[in-house]
Design a protein around this ligand. Structure first.
Ligand code: FE
Ligand code: FE
Length: 210
């Protein structure tokens, strides 16, 4: 925009800070009018944080259900890993809640979708791989909402959690692959293995870093 020098006024002081008293101030005011308020921006961030939290609440219950199912089928090693992943999702749900509270919002207690039950082992891993894939894609979209609304702390939170979801995806996809390609040969190696995760398990991602 070309700056236009205001016409010199005589006899009264310039009042630059009052809207409507000069071109520069009018232009600034128009910019502010188009910009969302702090409260509006926070509300948008809280909305996506709560959608993500609802997805985490669903994932916790989904993976706990798969944990019981795998334990019941005596695939101990797979059951143990599933339990650790459910613990990661609990940590995610908690982290989103903490950030929502920091922003003055109210964390949801309602899960996003119903839990799918009654799946056999050949259905569980394709299902959970897809669930993580959708989560990664959705959280990347939510991250952009946080960035667009200027919340760098929530952007970082999404970045950290997306990394965990990627680790879950990689693990589920590998097991899905083994079952698909090796079938009973793979499953017979897993049958009867211990399902213990030890006292005070730390979750999948932390355990795998040790
Ligand atoms: Fe998660
Ligand atoms: Fe996950």
């Amino acid at each position: 925009m070309i700056a236009v020098r205001p016409a010199p006024r005589q006899g009264r002081p310039r009042r630059y800070l009052k809207p409507g008293n000069g071109r520069r101030v009018v232009a600034d005011t128009q910019g502010v009018e188009n910009m969302a308020t702090k409260e509006e921006r926070r509300a948008k961030v809280v909305e996506v944080l709560n959608k993500a939290r609802a997805m985490e609440l669903q994932a916790i219950h989904q993976y706990m259900s798969h944990h019981y199912a795998l334990d019941d089928m005596d695939y101990g090693e797979l059951a143990a890993k599933m339990k650790l992943i459910a613990i990661d999702e609990m940590r995610h749900a908690e982290s989103f809640a903490e950030r929502i509270k920091e922003l003055g919002g109210e964390p949801t207690v309602t899960k996003a979708e119903p839990v799918v039950t009654g799946q056999n082992i050949r259905e569980i891993y394709p299902h959970d791989t897809e669930e993580e894939d959708v989560t990664i894609d959705t959280y990347n979209q939510f991250l952009l909402v946080c960035r667009d609304n200027g919340d760098s702390v929530s952007v970082k939170l999404f970045e950290q959690i997306i990394e965990d979801e990627q680790a879950h995806y990689n693990y589920f996809d590998a097991i899905r692959d083994h079952i698909e390609n090796l079938g009973d040969t793979y499953l017979s190696r897993i049958a009867g293995t211990p399902s213990s995760t030890g006292l005070a398990p730390q979750g999948f991602v932390i355990t795998n870093q040790e």
